[in-house]
Design a protein around this ligand. Structure first.
Ligand SMILES: Nc1ncnc2c1ncn2[C@@H]1O[C@H](COP(=O)(O)OP(=O)(O)OP(=O)(O)O)[C@@H](O)[C@H]1O
Length: 300
């Protein structure tokens, strides 16, 4: 598993990762969600030993990357699927990787089979690969050493819905066999499909974490009515927190039953009433994204 404790990283005065702690557990697919520039790649690069931590620690199965004798047999990493050599075939790419990692080249066929790349496809040059095939090849590369931990930076980037479902099946199977997966995304919709657990990061800090069910359940109610102002006053008068909802209507921190009862008493006709459906996570994420766009450092 991956354990990150009080990890921080500065670039000059800019704090890219700020006291980040989380655990990525065996048997679980953990989604690392945050807008562009939130600090996901920096955290992953530190875990993979490519960027030194400012302070704090990141360990894989209890040891930091540089202290593991043959790291690729513990952690498979995909940080940039477009970084593969375009002139080599997929199979050549993997054979070279296997040799570099000191692994038998027999692992190449296993890894290709795991990501469903056919012999015809793996015999093609990478320059002729679709984005989806590049992602598959990158994941095959990460799986070569039969590691117990997989760490993938934006693996679903650019994949179509079928590709995303394929990835979910692959990662689900891997986690069901006891593996721990950490994958990042800047899209809530991707993470919702693929991950079991979520870590949400914004401006270098963890802002929410928990199981997908916990975070997406939301406790509130979304309500639209003939008179949202009057309803909001009635809800507030009942001592319930109320906020404007994205796209109109209001979001109240109570169950739909309670809100329905208040609307009835206040004689406000409802046009829509439903459970929060993760609206809070979505709103929080939208706010983070907006905030982040304002707070990008100069020249970054
Ligand atoms: N080598 C560097 N020097 C200066 N600033 C950096 C460096 N690497 C990253 N940063 C800054 O740190 C912040 C976090 O970047 P990071 O790449 O970790 O974010 P991210 O969440 O992975 O976003 P993205 O999805 O855009 O890759 C960004 O503002 C970025 O500009």
């Amino acid at each position: 598993m991956i354990e990150v404790k009080n990890l921080s990283k500065r670039y000059g005065d800019f704090v890219a990762v700020d006291d980040v702690s989380f655990t990525c557990k065996p048997g679980r697919v953990t989604g690392f969600l945050g807008p562009n520039g939130a600090g996901k790649s920096t955290t992953m690069r530190i875990i993979a030993g490519l960027t030194p931590a400012g302070s704090g620690s990141a360990t894989i199965n209890g040891a930091s990357y540089h202290d593991i004798p043959n790291p690729s047999t513990h952690i498979g990493v995909l940080l940039d699927a477009s970084a593969q050599h375009a002139g080599r075939t997929g199979a050549e790419t993997l054979r070279l990787s296997a040799m570099t990692m000191g692994l038998p080249t027999s692992r190449v066929d296993d890894a290709l089979a795991m990501v469903s790349l056919t012999p015809e496809e793996s015999g093609r040059r990478v320059r002729n690969y679709s984005l989806g095939m590049r992602q598959r090849l990158g994941i095959a590369n990460a799986l070569l050493g039969n590691p117990s931990v997989l760490m993938l930076d934006e693996p679903a980037n650019g994949l179509d819905p079928a590709g995303i479902h394929w990835m979910r099946t692959l990662l689900r199977g891997y986690a069901d066999r006891g593996g721990a997966v950490l994958l990042s995304s800047h899209l809530l919709s991707e993470i919702e499909i693929i991950a079991d657990d979520l870590i949400v990061i914004g401006n270098g800090r963890i802002v929410a974490e928990g199981t997908k069910e916990e975070l997406l359940a939301g406790t509130g109610a979304l309500v639209r009515s003939a008179d949202d102002n009057r309803l909001a006053h009635a809800v507030a008068a009942a001592g319930i927190a109320v906020h404007p909802a994205d796209g109109g209507g209001i979001r109240a921190e109570a169950t739909p039953e309670v809100i329905g009862r208040i609307a009835l008493d206040a004689q406000v006709a409802l046009t829509e009433l439903r459970g929060g459906d993760g609206a809070r996570l979505e709103e929080m994420f939208l706010q983070l994204t907006e905030q982040n766009q304002r707070e990008q450092p100069q020249g970054a």
